[in-house]
Design a binder for this molecule. Structure first.
Ligand SMILES: *Cc1c(COP(=O)(O)O)cnc(C)c1O
Length: 459
């Protein structure tokens, strides 16, 4: 399989190259040149356990760089830290179905992809003899999942900046209690945006970036999207067993458009998906885009589902590329327009095409809280992100929707308690954080301070 940049100005690459490169040098995102088709193999695939299904789905994407035996071994290892035998079990919740994606080490769905990516990085670097220094800023979920993905791995270090005192206590402890030598937690003074701009500034220092082999771990990495395709297949098969249904509707609480994009790929790979329902919180750029074609930036407002508080959805570019019939010139024109005016307007014909596949809704705090409350009364504790997806499923009017559950409620216990009047059950892995030794360095959120800290550590 070869991979192509959405902007068409970078050379085509192999799977391994794409994983290490992340963003294409022309500013685009990588996509496979074609999608493997599984439509004729569904009944065979439906009998596989999660790990074996993963191997089958990844093989065409990772060939020829990896053989099936190597892929099976990678997937097996990447599932070891999950607490549930099924990895992503499907359970009944209210009138719908809940696909629990949070049985990994940091209790959020990002573990599914980042456990895999950490192992993949280690294998690729061992092969190339190189090393990688991952640098990222986090508002909570991504940083802790990334740290748990690469802790203890050879040839890779990770530096994660979080705004001091501005992530939840659980999130902070999930990061700072990891004492492996290759993990550096940095609490920076200021906000998440300060940390983020500092990271961006360091990445644009190309001399520093090349010399220290800087790598990113954000959701534009193709391997993260690919890893998420598996649970759409797995969830669909369990749903089919339980309901006897044929074409499924998935609902996905959405921020950067990575999770739902994996579902769009699954559909295009032959999984019988009737449609995908997209839920945003009050940061509703994507629901506006799918409702009226208005993809325009506004200021980010803080919500009770902070992992979806975004202004621009980086993975949306991959979907726009499909809408443009994979024409990189059209895409470049749109991205230029977006850069200049902060907006893209989808013409009616394109909007109709998008709406045939994705139906989007804005779910505000009132509705999300109401969903948490009603579902708890019927025995399902939902976190505020999951509640956005379930709220969108309700607004769609569809029955028996498979709702992706992206985090354990204990990760967002304040919002849960405010909505339901009850405390969520605290899982053992969170209780175990109490009293654990932690390590964190503090720093100003400036390019020079962080670069100094990194060079001291890298040596
Ligand atoms: C990151 C995240 C999301 C949003 O996923 P995207 O791939 O960015 O759309 C939703 N819920 C939780 C809990 C998350 O951490």
């Amino acid at each position: 399989m070869r991979y192509r940049s959405t902007r068409g100005l970078s050379p085509d690459l192999s799977f391994s190259q794409v994983v290490l490169e992340g963003l294409a040098r022309d500013g685009g995102l990588y996509l496979p040149e074609s999608l493997p088709q599984f439509g004729s193999r569904l009944s065979e695939l439906s009998r596989l356990r999660y790990q074996d299904l993963g191997m089958e789905i990844f093989t065409p994407f990772m060939t020829p760089d990896f053989n099936p035996g190597e892929i099976a071994e990678l997937v097996e290892r990447s599932c070891q830290n999950f607490e549930h035998r099924e990895i992503t079990p499907l359970v009944k919740g209210g009138d719908h179905w809940i696909l629990e994606l949070w049985h990994g080490p940091t209790l959020a769905f990002k573990d599914v992809a980042l456990q895999f990516l950490g192992n993949l990085f280690e294998v690729l670097l061992k092969r190339s003899g190189g090393e990688l220094n991952i640098l990222g800023a986090t508002s909570g979920d991504t940083g802790s999942a990334a740290i748990h993905g690469v802790r203890g791995k050879e040839r890779v270090r990770i530096f994660i900046l979080h705004p001091q005192g501005k992530v939840s206590q659980v999130q902070e402890r999930q990061m700072t209690s990891v004492l492996d030598d290759n993990v550096v937690n940095v609490a920076v003074t200021g906000t998440f945006d300060d940390a983020q701009s500092c990271v961006k500034e360091i990445f644009s220092d190309l001399e520093f970036k090349d010399h220290y082999h800087l790598g990113a771990i954000n959701s534009i990495n193709w391997a993260r999207v690919m890893a998420q395709i598996v649970y759409y297949f797995y969830g669909y098969f369990r749903w089919q067993e339980k309901t006897g249904g044929q074409a499924a509707v998935f609902s996905v609480p959405t921020g950067n458009f990575g999770d739902i994009f994996a579902g769009i790929l699954a559909k295009r790979m032959g999984l019988p998906i009737k449609k995908l329902v997209l839920g945003t919180n009050e940061n509703d750029i994507l629901s506006r885009a799918f409702q009226s074609g208005d993809y325009s930036t506004k200021a980010v407002v803080p919500t009770i589902s902070p992992s979806m508080d975004i202004q621009l959805a980086s993975n949306f570019e991959r979907y726009l590329y499909f809408l443009a019939d994979q024409n990189p010139e059209v895409l470049r024109r749109w991205m230029e327009e977006l850069g200049k005016t902060g907006a893209i307007k989808l013409e009616p014909a394109l909007l109709a095409k998008a709406q045939a596949e994705v139906q989007a809704f804005r779910v505000d705090r009132t509705l999300a809280s109401d969903v948490m409350n009603r579902y708890l009364k019927r025995g399902s504790a939902l976190d505020p992100h999951t509640a956005v997806g379930v709220g969108a499923a309700e607004l769609s009017g569809e029955k028996d929707v498979i709702c992706l559950s992206t985090a354990h409620p204990a990760k967002f216990s304040e919002a849960f308690e405010a909505a339901t009047g009850q405390r969520p059950k605290i899982p053992a892995s969170i209780l175990a954080l109490e009293g654990k030794p932690t390590r964190v360095v503090t720093s100003a959120a400036t390019k020079s301070a962080i670069q100094k800290l990194m060079t001291e550590k890298i040596g």
